[in-house]
Design a protein around this ligand. Structure first.
Ligand SMILES: NC(=O)C1=CN([C@@H]2O[C@H](COP(=O)(O)OP(=O)(O)OC[C@H]3O[C@@H](n4cnc5c(N)ncnc54)[C@H](OP(=O)(O)O)[C@@H]3O)[C@@H](O)[C@H]2O)C=CC1
Ligand SMILES: CC(C)=CCC[C@@H](C)[C@H]1CC=C2C3=C(CC[C@@]21C)[C@@]1(C)CC[C@H](O)C(C)(C)[C@@H]1CC3
Length: 332
């Protein structure tokens, strides 16, 4: 499985970013040809329901396919014997059709690129209604577009995430990737079409700075860990303090990973806030993402702690002593 992931890494390495570029060019052509992209705004619910139905159909297919899979191909967490639970969590770990890895493909491309395209459709609706896109809309679409490009550019990093290594591919991830991400992560842009906001230059600068701080922490932490895991002698991480573990792997205790135990989540949450602020403080809808995402990351952090404690035992306890806060320094 690890070897096939490595092969997938080579095959997929830059393909997701290219897929984004191709989609961007096609979207540019559609805008130039005046294709009425605002149709997606007018029929948002219908598109969301259709994508929910596609996710359900895909999950049923995945579950039926998993029944023929060998025991060794099943996900540890999705092999409880309860068909409903396994259908939801994902019975098979990395379902493939030939060499095409369905989970790896779905995790990044359709949801993330779809999210940007939906945002573009909302931006076009804004232009259609008011003659030009508002500064708030430009900031939201710009920040989220950069986030997606970053994820696609660092595509290989998802090969080591819990979703790929540990979780199965079932309804939860299929629905999350194909429906939840594109249709709920775009709610700020959706909100701005109906509720345009006046944003002062000073407020806009403040929000841009907040997003930049979040991005520096998020990218710095993820890149530091990825570089360290790929090659602990990488010059960018050689000066950092580490704790040895019984598995032979080491844990970083300085740099970003000495600030809190999940600095990447901290940066991600700061960015999430920066995406909501352009929508003003008058409505809860644009803050849905920050609230949901805080819950998701707190739950994810607890699952990861549990796995790391199992994997690293005493070394993890030592890490927790040295770096007492999980996500928010001096708070949590
Ligand atoms: N926008 C969204 O909807 C979502 C975004 N994300 C983002 O995705 C990114 C990846 O997150 P996720 O996959 O949850 O987990 P992480 O990238 O945080 O990976 C956790 C793993 O990192 C390793 N690790 C933990 N502490 C240390 C340390 N001190 N030194 C070295 N290695 C350590 C451990 O694995 P090991 O030791 O085995 O290497 C641990 O299991 C994050 O930035 C997150 O914010 C995640 C979910 C949803
Ligand atoms: C409510 C519900 C159905 C939740 C399912 C959870 C999923 C929405 C998330 C689980 C892990 C995710 C990741 C990303 C998007 C959200 C889901 C699918 C991700 C692709 C976002 C961009 C990041 O840079 C990432 C590539 C690291 C990330 C991977 C995990």
């Amino acid at each position: 499985m690890f070897l096939s992931n490595q092969i997938g890494l080579i095959l997929y390495l830059l393909a997701a970013f290219y897929a984004f570029l191709v989609s961007a060019v096609l979207a540019g052509v559609a805008v130039t040809l005046r294709v009425p992209l605002s149709y997606v705004y007018d029929h948002f619910l219908e598109f969301a329901v259709a994508s929910g139905i596609i996710s359900l159909a895909l999950s049923i297919f995945l579950y039926i396919k998993s029944l023929a899979a060998p025991e060794s191909a099943l996900a540890p967490g999705g092999n409880s014997g309860n068909p409903l639970y396994d259908f939801f969590i994902g019975h098979e770990l990395n379902p493939r059709i030939g060499s095409f890895d369905l989970k790896y493909f779905c995790e990044l491309r359709p949801g993330l690129i779809g999210w940007c395209l939906i945002n573009l459709c909302f931006l076009m609706k804004d232009i259609e209604l008011r003659g030009s896109a508002s500064l708030s809309m430009i900031l939201v679409c710009g920040f989220q577009g950069l986030y997606v490009m970053d994820a696609l550019w660092h595509e290989e990093a998802i090969l080591t995430t819990m979703d790929i290594v540990h979780d199965g591919f079932g309804f939860m991830l299929a629905f999350g990737d194909l429906c939840w991400v594109p249709f709920t992560y775009s709610l700020q842009a959706y909100f701005l079409v109906r509720h345009p906001q006046e944003l002062s230059t000073l407020a806009a600068i403040g929000i841009v700075l907040l997003n930049a701080v979040g991005y520096i922490i998020f990218r710095g932490a993820n890149s530091q860990k990825n570089a360290f895991r790929r090659n602990p002698s990488d010059p960018s991480v050689t000066g950092l303090e580490t704790i040895p573990t019984a598995t032979g792997k080491k844990l970083l205790v300085s740099g970003w990973w000495g600030l809190v135990r999940h600095p990447n989540y901290l940066g991600d949450l700061i960015m999430a806030l920066a995406w909501s602020l352009p929508c003003g403080l008058g409505h809860i809808l644009p803050y849905f993402y920050v609230i949901y995402f805080t819950g998701l990351l707190i739950h994810r952090e607890a699952r990861d702690e549990h796995q790391c404690l199992k994997k690293y035992g005493l070394a993890w306890q030592e890490y927790c002593k040295r770096v007492p806060y999980r996500i928010f320094p001096y708070i949590y």
